[in-house]
Design a protein around this ligand. Structure first.
Ligand code: ADP
Length: 385
């Protein structure tokens, strides 16, 4: 569980941190006030309610806290993973919204129930503070039908709402808007492809400020090859593997979610691109295979989305891998000669800033934009309360 306290006037982060291993042994909270020492405390957190209590205690702590009391906190913005077709925008949370989020539990069984626990825990401790839900799926709700429908019997869409939803929406929205702002252009007349490459990874096509396609689907398993998730595969592989390995559907899904992606492709060398880059540099064939296949996959999606928008003005890289792994950006861009992409290797080597990494004569602009989902959530929250 990640958190930030943001001053909406200055958009500065006053404190941030995270709780890890909630519900299992060795749970710990990391807390860093702006300009102060980062502290890490191992402390029992049997559930998310206790984790939220510890976060609020850290923020109001008399020595290292950044506010005197919880009354100073004007609102809480919650990242909610799945909003289904119901939520195309962020909303102020009330009982009806809670119910609607719960109705999406089937679509995100690992995430939505935890999101509800977080909201309830905050409501219990801050009963008079407004809460806002910001959905990971909302930005993608503008996709046209031909982009979100699967080639399945239509009745499954009608009965179960099986369709492409897409995720990382807050990031895709923030990064595309920021890119337009940095270039001093209006997003209303731009074709932007955002490559959000982290542990989970997705690409989206943003035309005139609206998402027209994205690589994740009903769940975050579809699309790009990720850290440990397989992304697109032939669906018949599931049955094939189940027979060959004598595994049930749950076991196969665990393989596809947790043992695949670059981790699986590298023959279990690593899901971390730092290790893969290091392996690549010493000629490890497992690292080479994983890195090359991953980058080829990203390049293919860029091609598809260039077609979807009948062109592209700007390609953005973001998230852990997209922001840090220059080697990934280089390999992906090597496929983009047909878009007239030329990379400035000095700019490509820089880190931690909004930056154009293509040369002045590159026909398509390529940028790195560090994502900031917390700030995007805070802005949405302020807008609504
Ligand atoms: P999440 O999807 O968990 O939010 P992040 O966007 O934080 O993921 O990305 C995490 C991944 O970013 C790590 O697994 C690692 O592969 C990659 N990463 C982080 N720092 C670097 C780096 N300096 N060089 C290459 N890859 C990095």
């Amino acid at each position: 569980m990640k958190f930030q306290l943001i001053d909406s006037a200055s958009e500065c982060c006053l404190a941030k941190g995270l709780c890890e291993r909630i519900g299992i042994d060795g749970s710990m909270i990391t807390y860093a006030p702006e300009g102060g020492e980062k502290e890490k405390n191992v402390t029992p957190m049997p559930d998310h309610t206790e984790a939220i209590r510890l976060v609020l205690e850290a923020l109001t702590n008399s020595k290292t806290g950044v506010v005197k009391s919880l009354d100073e906190i004007g609102a809480v913005g919650h990242r909610v993973v799945h909003g289904g077709e119901r939520f195309a925008q962020s909303v102020v949370i009330d009982d009806e919204v809670m119910q609607a989020i719960e109705e999406c539990n089937d679509l995100a069984p690992l995430h939505n129930p935890a999101n509800l626990i977080g909201i309830n825990a905050c409501k219990a401790l801050m009963p008079d503070t407004p809460m806002v839900a910001v959905f990971d799926t909302a930005f993608h709700q503008t996709m046209p039908e031909e982009a979100y429908m699967y080639g399945l019997p239509y009745e499954y869409y009608k009965k179960y709402k099986i369709r492409r939803y897409g995720f990382h929406g807050t990031s895709h929205s923030y990064v595309s808007n920021r890119a337009a702002q940095v270039l001093g252009r209006s997003i209303e007349t731009m074709k932007i492809i955002v490559c959000h490459l982290g542990n989970g990874a997705s690409v989206s096509a943003v035309k005139d400020g609206k998402c027209v396609d994205t690589s994740m689907g009903l769940t975050p398993l579809q699309g790009l090859i990720m850290g440990t998730r397989c992304g697109d595969i032939d669906p018949a592989i599931i049955e094939f593997l189940a027979h060959k390995e004598n595994k049930g559907i749950d076991e196969i899904m665990t393989v596809l979610n947790k043992q695949s992606g670059v981790l699986g492709l590298s023959d279990h060398l690593s899901s971390d691109f730092r290790d893969l880059e290091e392996g690549y540099n010493r000629g490890d064939e497992n690292a080479v295979r994983a890195l090359k296949t991953f980058c080829y996959n990203v390049a293919k999606y860029i091609g598809a989305y260039t077609a979807a928008m009948n062109g592209v003005d700007v390609i953005c890289f973001t998230a852990g891998v997209g922001e840090n792994a220059a080697i990934v950006r280089t390999f992906v861009c090597e496929y983009l000669g047909y878009l007239g992409v030329k990379i400035d290797q000095e700019a490509n080597g820089r880190r931690g800033e909004d930056i154009v990494i293509s040369t002045a004569d590159s026909r398509t602009v390529v940028m790195v934009i560090p994502t900031n989902e917390e700030l995007a959530i805070a802005r949405e929250t302020v807008k609504l309360v």
